[in-house]
Design a protein around this ligand. Structure first.
Ligand code: FES
Length: 129
């Protein structure tokens, strides 16, 4: 439990929140990301499966689980945790918040971040309250 305070910046997501259960890919800060809506809440994840780096935005949602299009592994979009093999490592998840009509996502400050292929999951919670 020795982590440095993570610097992050809030950036507006450049696409509209998709309908419930749909997924949209976008890029922000040089990062391939996906946006989905589950039970009314936005979730932003890195758009790369931790198993084979396939874009997860081509997958399908099953409730809170996002199924990878390549081998059928699943990720929980709420925290990026693996939910079904062959995925064993988490996918990075980014916090979101609603600001007026816009949705913002908290991205790590690139100058302070070691940009590994997949990081530990960061809880995705609407920071509205
Ligand atoms: S690349 Fe996603 S489960 Fe294999």
């Amino acid at each position: 439990m020795t982590s440095q305070p993570s610097a992050r910046r809030w950036l507006q997501i450049p696409i509209a929140l998709p309908p419930e259960g749909e997924i949209r890919a976008f890029e922000l800060g040089g990062e391939p990301l996906l946006l989905c809506r589950v039970e009314g809440r936005p979730h932003v994840l890195r758009d790369a499966c931790s198993h084979g780096r396939t874009p997860l935005s081509g997958g399908r949602l099953h409730g809170h689980q996002l199924e990878c299009p390549l081998h059928g592994g699943r990720i929980d979009v709420r925290d990026g945790s693996p939910a079904r093999p062959p995925i064993r490592r988490p996918v990075r998840v980014y916090a979101t918040r609603q600001v007026g009509a816009a949705i913002e996502v908290a991205l790590p400050d690139a100058s302070l971040e070691d940009s590994g292929p997949t990081g530990e999951a960061e809880p995705s919670r609407g920071e509205s309250a």
